[in-house]
Design a protein around this ligand. Structure first.
Ligand SMILES: Cc1ncc(COP(=O)(O)O)c(C=O)c1O
Length: 405
């Protein structure tokens, strides 16, 4: 009998982290690799936020805190939800954890019994199905179509719900597709959910501020306030404030669930770093003007990458409205043969080929439960992105079509 649990043997390690690690090890061997597999902004945390952390250290805020986070941070989160989303919470309805990721996990552990089902649209973030399995649940993937902008359709949601469904997990803007749910998209899903009063909603809004063009961000409870009593709204400072390493995420929802999530956290990590909590107050309450600059830079890079990739025969991608990823179709290239006579059968083969031939690390779509795609993160400098797209184009040009036999 081995040491590992049966539950863990069903859980896959993160492919995004695996790809980034592989690229780092190739770089350590002296190879030039451009990493477009990362899930974090390349910007520095704004100085006023870092200074708040330094001040917190100097003031001696270096001890354990309340499990749910310090009260001034929870109050700042209440103000944020009220100001930006029109949502109203009390302090006992807010909790803070080590990133949005831990809050999603805490919520699942706190609510799932063995065999409970969690529905989510695919392509989805790599961690959703694995977290559900770790918490003893059953992931139920609902495929979305590129022609629907990768938006979950109400009929598909209805068909996926069973008496065992506990949650619908929704991520907008989406990792990996960049899809953003409009008010109407959410209203249609809310209409379905009204027929299933026992199904809860987990709204993962971590990319909230990264929306482009005329696109507006909405979260479920804003659009359907009647679902507030069964929705957990999860957000954090990682992506919008370039604070991935600080590990601060937060959630607002019914106090019974929040209390149970605090029990999970209180018996595992206790709370996130006290210093990072002070920095997060400054992030939420402080000057937000830098964010326009982040958004402008991302939008420019998105347009650059989408333009260059669509000029490569065999690759296709729409212009995503949010986050910092493009989800690129590579189906047409599958079946072709590399200069070393290897046939590309899957998106994983294509991603490995790009790493070896172009020196560009991307993440295969299969990691997001969507075969025939690769995810490219444009959270890199324009110069790097241009170089990467040229190298991808050159590598694709070296492929030859393989015909039957
Ligand atoms: C969809 C989605 N949700 C949540 C997270 C977690 O963010 P964090 O734990 O850094 O707050 C990520 C990070 O990649 C993500 O892509």
């Amino acid at each position: 009998m081995g040491i590992l649990s049966a539950k863990l043997s069903a859980v896959k390690p993160s492919q995004t982290k695996a790809m980034t690690a592989l690229a780092a090890s190739m770089r350590a061997e002296g190879k030039t690799i451009i990493t477009l597999s990362q899930g974090e902004p390349d910007f520095k945390t704004p100085d006023h936020i870092s200074r708040a952390a330094i001040k917190a250290i100097e003031a001696g805020h270096t001890k354990y805190t309340a499990v749910a986070g310090i009260t001034p941070l929870r109050e700042a989160i209440i103000r944020k939800f009220q100001r930006e989303n029109g949502l109203n919470f009390t302090v006992d309805q807010i909790t803070v954890g080590c990133g949005a990721k831990q809050l999603l996990y805490n919520a699942l552990v706190a609510s799932l019994d063995e065999g409970d089902e969690v529905v989510f649209p695919t392509p989805c973030w790599v961690s959703y199905p694995e977290m559900v399995k770790l918490a003893g649940g059953v992931p139920v993937a609902v495929e979305t179509d590129v022609k629907d902008r990768f938006i979950m359709q109400p009929g598909a949601l209805r068909a996926a719900i069973t008496p065992k469904t506990k949650w619908l997990m929704l991520n907008s803007p989406s990792n990996p597709t960049g899809a953003v749910y409009s008010r109407q998209d959410l209203e249609k899903l809310a209409e379905v959910l009204r027929d299933f009063p026992d199904v809860w909603v987990l709204a993962d809004d971590i990319y909230e501020h990264l929306v482009y063009d005329e696109t507006e961000f909405y979260t479920m409870v804003e659009v359907a306030p009647d679902l507030a009593s069964r929705t957990l709204t999860v957000n954090g400072v990682s992506k919008s404030y370039a604070m991935t390493g600080w590990r601060v995420g937060y959630a607002g929802g019914p106090s019974e669930l929040i209390k149970a999530m605090n029990t999970v956290q209180g018996q595992s990590t206790s709370h996130t770093c006290s210093i990072a909590q002070y920095a997060a107050i400054e992030a939420l309450d402080g000057d937000q003007s830098f964010m326009g600059g982040f958004r402008d830079a991302f939008k420019k890079r998105r347009d650059l990458v989408v333009g260059m990739l669509n000029n490569i025969p065999g690759l296709t991608c729409d212009t995503p409205q949010g986050a910092f990823y493009v989800f690129v179709g590579c189906q047409e290239l599958l079946g072709s043969v590399t200069p070393s006579q290897q046939r590309l059968e899957t998106d994983m083969d294509f991603a490995m080929y790009l790493l070896e031939e172009a020196g560009v690390a991307v993440v295969p779509g299969s990691g997001f439960l969507a075969d025939g795609f690769v995810r490219i993160s444009y959270a890199s400098s324009e110069e790097e992105l241009k170089k990467a797209c040229v190298a991808i184009g050159d590598a694709v040009a070296k492929l030859s079509r393989a015909y039957a036999g």
